[in-house]
Each structure stands twice: as structure tokens, then as C-alpha cells.
Design a protein. Structure first.
Length: 377
């Protein structure tokens, strides 16, 4: 099972980093040594679920490379993504002597990655960051691209910084301990990548799910490494084209296309107080919604709708929509933070792999209602 290496080179001078896929966490130290050659200390940030599973081997591997290691364990859950926790962490980094040339290693899912990444961005105005993602979502999405941040009481991810990592170390065997629902959630984001990138990645993801049903847990074989690598390549390509999600960039490689399926997802999460759905599960519904909407605008064929529905089904069972007030969901669209200048842009599909941005005001209300109703069938 070969290790895959993907290099992310950004147009901004001198920013390039490697994403290594297929290595084992026992060996993470060697890569960190390469990526942060001058570091004497490493601050490992993880949570109370992931650290007991993988912390020891990471710490040992870093120590073998001569790092003086401190660990910083946060509670499990989205609620740690806040400014107070970032402040507490940066104080802990100071106490552990983390200087500008030392490094922070984020070991965990997207929550740990975003929080540790943001703290690495603000500690001493920026210290080297290494991401070691342990959820599928974090591997194919959040660890790549340099977006870091925390939530505020006004909404999710409203405070943050772009802080590109020095390197990303992906050990897919860690997915074996992931809960099936988290796997489903990650696969929904993978399907999103496929839908906006093209038939090849979508079919590849579908084929993988057929041979490795998400409900049976994750098999970290060569096939899995290659699938993750393909998704990382795609995300890296989008990030390269639009590093900081500029408002003007609305083209086919704008970072905004990654919001496919997300308008409805954010609304569903909001009206259920972030309790009923894992984010990726809400994205699963959102993908189907955007697909139906594209279909009713004559942009997407019935066959492609069927294909996308079928892949989402294979990703696993999504919590249902029963009992959710449709009007509240539709109303929640208007407060989506992806509003640009007061208007909401839907990412729709003009065919698989051909995302387009359409202003909410250009879509008749009846079509939006009808697309939502089709979700309930
Ligand atoms: N920065 C970005 O570009 C970006 C992109 C997408 C999402 N995000 C953020 O990512 C977060 C969601 O990330 P997530 O889906 O990874 O959730 P998460 O970090 O909460 O992880 C999900 C659950 O799995 C557990 N876990 C993690 N790895 C495990 C493993 N190997 N074995 C067993 N359990 C494990 C975690 O403790 C947690 O309970 C959100 O906060 C979202 O805003 C950021
Ligand atoms: Zn998402």
C-alpha cells in the first residue's frame, strides 16, 4: 500500500505543503520533523475521545524525533470551538514554551483541526501547524485549505483566520474506530466533491461505497487511500484556484462551489438546534435538495438526479425530516452567512461536475417549495 503524496502549491509566494496519505501514525514524527525542521517542541492538540485512541503513538513518534512534546486535550464536541478555548490553549502553549519555530500538531476531526489551527494562527501571530485528521470529513475537507476558526454566539465559524498547515498527515486506518454515522457524514461531503468536480470522482466514490458499504465500517485498504487521495487532490485544486474565497470569484473553480448542498444543510442544522443531524448528514439532504432544484430548472437530467440520489443512499441512512417546519427551514435561508451583499447564492448543477451559482431571487418560490417536498417522498 504505497503512500501518496500531494503537493499543494499556492500562487502566493513560498506557500507549499505536502499532504501524505497512507502512512501510519506511529511514523508521524518523521514527517513532522521534515515539515518543521527547526522545531524543538511540539504541542499536540486533541480531544478526550481521540487522544486515548491515538495520542500515545503520536507522542512517542514525535519524541523519537527529538521533540519535547506537550499535550493539550479538549472536550469532545463542537462546543469547544470558541474563543475562550482558543485563549486557554494559547496560554497553555506559552506555559509549554511553544515559540515561533516550534509546532502545533492537530490530532482529531474537524473540530480539533479548526480550533488547534486557529490557535496556531494567533499564538505569537502564527506558529507552524501540522494537521493529523482522524475523521473522513477532516481528511478530505477541513484539514486541506487553511481555513481555521471558532464559532461565536452569532453563528458557526464566524471568527477565524487563513493559516495553511506545514503538512497534513493522513492515516486512513484511524477511520476504523469512527462511528458509522460520522462515516456517513464524511461520505456525504465526498459525494458533494464528486457532484461539483465531475462524473469520474462521483462514480469512483459510488463504486467505493458499493464495495465498502459505510454501515460495515471502514476498511483502510489501497482503494481507500486512493479514494481519499482523489478527494484531497480535488479540494487542493479548488483551494489553489481561490485560496481565500474572494467575493468576486464566482467561476467554476471558486471555493464557493464547495457550498453545494450546504444552503439547505445550514438551514436544517439551525432549525433543529444542531442536534438532529451531523453536519455531513444535513449535507446529504442538501445535495438531494439542490439536485431536485437543478432538475426543476431544467439544468440537470432525471438520470443524473437518480445517480446522485443513489450515491447518497449508499452513504448510509440519514436522520429523517419528519416534524421539521418547512417554513422555518425556508426562512432560515435568508440568514445564511454565505449571503453576498444581502443576496443568497445557491450552488446548483448544470450537469454533473458543472456547478453554477444562481441568485436566490432568480428562483421562483414554488420551485424551492417543490424541491423541499420531493425530499419528503
Ligand atoms: N476548516 C474547514 O475548511 C472546514 C471544512 C468543513 C468542516 N469544518 C468543520 O469541521 C467540524 C466537523 O468536523 P468532523 O465532522 O470531523 O467532526 P468532529 O471533529 O466533531 O469529529 C466527529 C466525532 O468523531 C470523533 N472522532 C474523531 N476521530 C475519531 C476516530 N478516528 N475514531 C473515533 N472517533 C473519532 C470525535 O471525537 C467526534 O466525536 C465542524 O466544526 C466544521 O465547521 C471545517
Ligand atoms: Zn460541509
Amino acid at each position: 500500500m504505497g503512500i501518496r503524496n500531494i503537493n499543494v502549491r499556492l500562487p502566493r509566494a513560498s506557500v507549499a505543503y505536502d499532504i501524505q496519505i497512507g502512512g501510519r501514525l506511529e511514523d508521524v514524527g518523521r514527517s513532522v520533523r521534515q515539515w518543521a525542521a527547526k522545531a524543538k517542541r511540539a504541542a499536540v492538540v486533541s480531544n478526550e475521545t481521540v487522544f486515548p485512541l491515538y495520542g500515545e503513538r503520536v507522542v512517542k513518534s514525535l519524541q523519537e524525533q527529538g521533540f519535547d512534546v506537550s499535550d493539550h486535550i479538549v472536550h469532545d464536541g463542537e462546543s469547544v470551538k470558541n474563543l475562550r478555548e482558543a485563549e486557554r490553549l494559547t496560554a497553555a502553549f506559552s506555559a509549554a514554551g511553544i515559540s515561533r519555530t516550534d509546532c502545533v500538531v492537530a490530532l482529531g476531526g474537524g473540530v480539533v483541526g479548526d480550533l488547534a489551527g486557529f490557535t496556531a494562527a494567533i499564538h505569537l501571530r502564527g506558529v507552524p501547524l501540522i494537521q493529523a485528521p482522524t475523521t473522513l470529513l477532516a481528511m478530505i475537507d477541513s484539514s486541506v485549505g487553511g481555513k481555521t476558526g471558532v464559532n461565536s454566539r452569532h453563528g458557526k465559524n464566524l471568527i477565524g483566520a487563513f493559516h495553511q498547515p506545514r503538512g497534513v498527515f493522513i492515516d486512513p486506518s484511524t477511520l476504523r474506530t469512527l462511528e458509522p454515522r460520522e462515516l456517513t457524514a464524511g461520505f456525504c461531503e465526498a459525494i458533494k466533491h464528486g457532484a461539483v468536480s465531475g462524473a469520474r470522482l462521483l462514480r469512483r466514490t459510488a463504486a467505493f461505497l458499493q464495495h465498502h458499504p459505510a454501515r460495515e465500517g471502514f476498511e483502510a485498504d489501497a482503494d481507500a487511500n486512493e479514494l481519499i487521495a482523489e478527494h484531497v487532490r480535488f479540494k487542493a485544486r479548488v483551494v489553489r484556484a481561490d485560496e481565500q474565497e474572494s467575493a468576486e470569484n464566482t467561476g467554476a473553480m471558486s471555493r464557493k462551489i464547495l457550498n453545494f448542498g450546504h444552503t439547505l444543510a445550514h438551514a436544517l442544522e439551525k432549525v433543529t438546534n444542531y442536534r438532529r443531524f451531523k453536519h455531513g448528514e444535513a449535507v446529504g439532504h442538501g445535495i438531494r435538495f439542490a439536485t431536485y432544484l437543478s432538475n426543476s430548472l431544467d439544468l440537470l437530467s432525471d438520470d443524473d438526479v437518480e445517480l446522485l440520489n443513489d450515491v447518497v443512499r449508499r452513504a448510509g441512512r440519514l436522520p429523517g425530516l419528519a416534524g421539521i417546519d418547512r417554513e422555518r427551514v425556508l426562512h432560515a435561508f435568508s440568514s445564511d452567512k454565505k449571503n453576498v451583499g444581502g443576496s443568497l447564492q445557491f450552488v446548483l448543477l448544470n450537469g454533473i461536475g458543472r456547478p453554477i451559482l444562481i441568485d436566490r431571487r432568480d428562483i421562483p418560490d414554488e420551485l424551492i417549495v417543490a424541491a423541499y417536498e420531493r425530499l419528503l417522498d
